[in-house]
Every structure is written in C-alpha cells, then in structure tokens.
Ligand binder design. Structure first.
Ligand SMILES: N[C@@H](CCC(=O)N[C@@H](CS)C(=O)NCC(=O)O)C(=O)O
Length: 83
C-alpha cells in the first residue's frame, strides 16, 4: 500500500484536481471510491464535512482540495508552480 491514499468519488471535480497533481508529479497513490449517498462511518470520522477528496498521508488525513494541492506541492517532486 502506498503512503498516499486518496478518498475519492468518480465524478468529483475536486478529486480530479488532486488526481491531476498526483499524476503530474508521478506520485504513487491508492484510490478508494466513496459512496457519497451512503457514507461509511470510517470516512465520516476522517472527513469533517463528509466530502471528497480526503488525502491520507502517512496515516494523517488532509481534507479540502486546495490544502491537499498545497501539501502535494510542498512534499512531492516536480513542482507545478513557478518558483
Ligand atoms: N470545497 C471542497 C468541495 C468538495 C465537494 O464538494 N465534494 C463533493 C463531491 S464533488 C462531496 O463530497 N459532496 C458530498 C456531500 O456534500 O455530502 C473541496 O474543494 O474539496
């Protein structure tokens, strides 16, 4: 299992932001699709608003797509922002 796990939904554009960043950076990650119409309890415990995406990095959940993108930019190679 990768150190990066993305809690996802197939149609979620906010998830796609994270997937684009992870893919462009060549980061290995596991993706778990969440049924947003029937959210599992474990998901509600890590996602305060019950929304995707949530990125779990080394066991620590990060929620909201913009902070996830900032975290990936700061911790993964291949910068997507100009210096
Ligand atoms: N501001 C959030 C928006 C995330 C969001 O709205 N996700 C939707 C799916 S695209 C969701 O999880 N909806 C389920 C719900 O609101 O119960 C972000 O940028 O991550």
């Amino acid at each position: 299992m990768s150190n990066l796990q993305l809690m996802s939904h197939a149609l979620c554009p906010y998830v796609q932001r994270a997937v684009i960043s992870l893919t462009e950076k060549g980061a290995l990650f596991d993706r778990t699709d969440i049924d947003l119409a029937n959210k599992p309890d474990w998901f509600l415990q890590i996602s305060p608003l019950g929304k995707t995406p949530v990125l779990i990095s080394v066991g620590q959940p990060i929620f909201e797509s913009v902070p996830i993108l900032e975290y990936l930019e700061e911790t993964q190679p291949h910068p997507l922002h100009p210096a």
